[in-house]
Design a binder for this molecule. Structure first.
Ligand code: PLP
Length: 395
């Protein structure tokens, strides 16, 4: 018996536990201080009313013999897959409902999708990055090449013709940097993938935050993307489903490699290893895509975006360089005077009683940067920004 040795190559993730420990220690010695948390990437607004009533209705159905349902289709009920197609239709993207796979959130499929690819593939991953892309590939023993995000490229790395990769991770709007690729930039990635026979794994978990209509909110808005990309999305941030759990993965029929349709492989993988998302949750998710649902969730997104705008305006006033803050719930700022990320964390905690996330938690290129999130409540955001202006962090 041997374990998967690749697991021993994983770096321990101390980021959020160290943050929690530091905050706990500070609070213990300063019990009178009001700490404002702008660090965690979790929503705070509750589910919207149409979602709640759709789920209540589904609970009633499950409690009556005539409407009770047992196992559903592993890839999700047709009513929800069609609702997702309708949503894509509004973006000008035509999908068939058998190209949409319902899941319990994007994280699972971002990891699980690797089942259908050879462990020999070389993977291209931006740094800084959402850590799941890196760890899932280390677990599978794949070779990883990092592409540098930095202030010079506004944390939007572009293809390098000298680098050959099979799988490419892109996330736009990005976590942690809040940066959003333009149409031209995404076209460059699609062209690169097509030339190299590579597959792009496009994470659009924050697509709902894209309000600038000139920026794509789906990679399939770029010609050729259906031949080279799988797209992952989630209702976690879109509709406050971080605790409810529902997302979707799109695998177009046009996407073929080694003579096989990836859609067929993924269907086979899901029907073998997954038994679907609860009916009640899928009814709630369906309601998100109704006209009333979209109106209600966009009200919540407006609220978070307004928080982001308040933060962005403050940083601009202070002369601090940042990405994100529009079309994204994240703000990625350059620490003042080149302070290391953790020193800035300590400084903000002690001087302003504000908690953020040190950029180093997202990769080596995160050193000297810091992430703030717009998911807090308005009063806290306003108070945090007042404090930032009074502690002398201007560059
Ligand atoms: N992708 C990105 C970039 C994220 O930031 C997150 C969560 O924070 C996810 C995917 C996973 O979200 P979920 O599994 O809740 O859908």
């Amino acid at each position: 018996m041997h374990i998967n040795q690749n697991y021993l190559n994983l770096k321990d993730s101390y980021l959020f536990s160290v943050i929690a420990k530091k905050v706990k220690e500070y609070t213990a010695t300063h019990p009178d201080k009001n700490i404002i948390r702008l660090g965690i990437g979790d929503v705070t607004l509750p589910l919207v009313p149409v979602v709640v009533s759709a789920m209540q209705q589904a609970v009633t159905e499950m409690g009556a013999a005539e409407t009770f349902r047992g196992y559903g289709e592993e890839q999700g009920y047709a009513f929800l897959r069609q609702a997702v197609c309708g949503y894509y239709g509004k973006k000008g993207v035509a999908l068939r409902d058998d190209e949409v796979f319902i899941n319990d959130g994007a994280k699972s499929d971002l990891g699980n999708i690797l089942d259908i690819f050879s462990p020999d593939n070389t993977v291209l991953i931006p740094d800084p990055v959402y850590p799941v892309y890196v760890d899932t590939n280390i677990m599978a023993g794949r070779k990883i090449i990092y592409m540098n995000g930095n202030a010079a490229n506004d944390f939007l790395p572009l293809p390098d013709k000298n680098i050959r990769a099979d799988l490419i991770y892109l996330c736009s709007p990005n976590n942690p940097t809040g940066a959003v690729y333009s149409r031209e930039q995404l076209k460059a990635w699609v062209d690169y993938a097509l030339e190299n026979d590579a597959v792009i794994l496009f994470d659009s978990a924050y697509e709902i935050f894209v309000r600038d209509k000139t920026k794509p909110s789906s990679l399939y808005q770029i010609d050729g993307a259906k031949e080279c990309a799988i797209e992952f999305c989630s209702l976690s941030k879109t509709a406050g489903f971080t605790g409810t759990r529902c997302g979707y993965t799109v695998v177009p029929h046009e996407l073929k490699r080694d003579g096989a349709e990836l859609n067929k492989l993924w269907l086979r993988r899901q029907t073998t290893k997954f038994n679907g998302v609860p009916y009640i949750v899928q009814r709630g998710a369906e309601a998100v895509f109704s006209d009333a649902g979209l109106a209600q969730i966009n009200g919540n997104i407006d609220y978070y975006l307004q928080n982001a705008r308040i933060m962005a305006d403050t940083l601009t006033k202070l002369g601090i360089w940042f990405t994100g803050g529009e079309n994204s719930p994240y703000i990625w700022l350059k620490t003042p005077n080149g302070m290391p990320s953790w020193d800035f964390f300590d400084f903000l905690l002690e001087k302003a009683n504000v908690v953020g996330t040190p950029g180093t938690g997202f990769g080596v290129n995160g050193e000297g940067f810091f992430r703030l999130t717009a998911f807090g409540n308005r009063e806290n955001v306003l108070e945090a920004m007042r404090r930032l202006q009074s502690v002398g962090i201007a560059t």
